[in-house]
Design a protein around this ligand. Sequence first.
Ligand SMILES: Cc1ncc(COP(=O)(O)O)c(C=O)c1O
Length: 378
Amino acid sequence: MLIETFALERWMTRWELDVDCDIAESGILPLSLDELFGLLGKDIAAEIDREIHRMPLAYSEARGTQALRSVLAATYARADSEDILVTTGAIEANFLLFHSLVRSGDHVIAVSPAYQQLHSVPRSIGADLSLWDVRTDDGFAYDLNRLEALLRPDTRMIVLNSPHNPTGAMLSQDQLRDVVALAERSNAWILSDEAYRWLEHPGGERLPAPLHDLSERAISVGTLSKPFGLPGLRVGWFAANPEVVQAAWGLRDYVSLSPSGISDALARMVIGHRDMILARNDRIITDNLSTARAWFAEHADLVSWSEPRAGLLAMLRYNLPVDSVTLADGLARDARVMLAPGSTFGLEHHLRIGVGQRPDLFAEGLRRTAEYMRAGRF
Ligand SMILES: Cc1ncc(COP(=O)(O)O)c(C=O)c1O
């Protein structure tokens, strides 16, 4: 298989160990096991601690344990454990779904810009990819007319990501219904990457229901990584009809075989008691949004953004005569701040910013960014 280099991953790997203020990260601040157990409370923590210490470190159930799949299925309106495949992160779920459902020459429509996997994998399969651009004159938003214009009778799949990495755009419940109606016209699958599920903003808009609730042809992809700060457990999943689960499982036998048993057990606890963990996100997001609003107002001559409607990511636009890789490299090297270059998403003169990190480092990162930009030594 020939596939393009994953530009953002490579850029971040180059700098992530060298910077003081990583404010490009895509998830909520990661938790240690001690912190996770602290949030779950003494009794639940003691129970899961015992379980993982006594567990044989054997291969685990290939689809994810029945217990975890049942807990996950209960988060959807019309799924049972047969409709769930637990995967090595959302990234494996997406990969398996593209390879199970798309063939060379198939027409696929994907939101753009996007987490690069959502373009590069279908392209590597030989799909004929049309991009549904979310850019508007004053920010980023989904426009259903644009999607309709791209739709063909032979469209095989529509790829969504909402809340959106990297712009923070979001599809409303009504728009999601319209996407389903459009997909039904062509009998297309909808791959809905919901990596940012559960990441509402305190006092902000409510997230619509997962797309699998609306249609048999819609597949909802989820993960522990972004909402729970647990990317190191490498637990993702998707909810789909059982034929799709079987097809992707058949492929998975050749890739990662089964989830880690320890991760599976921890995931069951996290999903089952998710409110205890999600409450922690509110403080981080509230603090960082308020810092960001003040910073953008103070430096309006230099930078602007369209505030994320939900999720953790947004694009910062800057008014400087320098390309985004040169600026982001300079910020990382000289100011030790990480903001990801927009060019890795095909958006020049932008940097991707994440509001999920430690509030003190977020504020310091923004302070240094303005200082560096104003000094003009790139
Ligand atoms: C939209 C989107 N999908 C999928 C992933 C992969 O996440 P994971 O494999 O950690 O669940 C990411 C990670 O950044 C993402 O932003």
